[in-house]
Design a protein around this ligand. Structure first.
Ligand SMILES: [Zn+2]
Length: 142
C-alpha cells in the first residue's frame, strides 16, 4: 500500500445560494403548509422531489399538485454518527415512505421512539420548521 504524506485540513463549512427559480412553487407551497410534487402533463408521471423537467419523457409541461399526506414506511435508519451540518441535532431517524399516490419520500420521522418504528407503519407527511427556522417536511406516526 502506497502512503503519501498528508496534513489534516480544518473542517470546511460551506454555505451558498441555491437557485430555486424553477422549483419556487415547492418552497411557496411549504409556506402554505403543502408539500407539492410535479406531475407531467404529457406522460402523467408524478415526481418527488419536484422536477421542472420530466425525467421520464423530458417534457417541461408540468403542473404542481399536493402530495397525499399518508403512507407506509418502507425502510428507515437511525442516525447517530451525524454529518457535520447536523452536529447540533440529537440522533434522528430517516424514513423512506411510499405515499398513497405511489411516490416515495425520504424525510425525518419524529414524535416516536426508535423501538416503536416498524416497516409498514402508517405515517403522515407534514410541513415543519427546522430548528434553524427553515421550512421543511417530516413524517409523524398516525
Ligand atoms: Zn413526462
Amino acid at each position: 500500500m502506497l502512503t503519501i504524506p498528508t496534513l489534516k485540513s480544518k473542517p470546511i463549512n460551506l454555505s451558498y445560494d441555491i437557485p430555486i427559480s424553477r422549483t419556487k412553487q415547492f418552497w411557496d407551497g411549504l409556506k402554505e403548509g403543502k408539500v407539492l410534487a410535479t406531475k407531467c402533463k404529457k406522460c402523467g408521471t408524478l415526481n418527488f422531489p419536484p422536477a421542472a423537467d420530466c425525467p421520464n419523457c423530458y417534457s417541461s409541461d408540468i403542473e404542481w399538485i399536493p402530495l397525499s399526506s399518508e403512507g407506509e414506511i418502507e425502510t428507515f435508519t437511525h442516525v447517530i454518527v451525524k454529518p457535520q451540518s447536523f452536529q447540533e441535532y440529537e440522533p434522528y431517524t430517516i424514513v423512506i415512505v411510499k405515499l398513497k399516490d405511489n411516490v416515495r419520500v425520504l424525510a425525518w420521522l419524529t414524535d416516536t421512539l426508535i423501538e416503536n418504528i416498524k416497516v409498514g407503519m402508517k405515517v403522515k407527511l407534514q410541513v415543519k420548521k427546522s430548528q434553524e427556522g427553515v421550512l421543511t417536511y417530516e413524517f409523524t406516526p398516525i
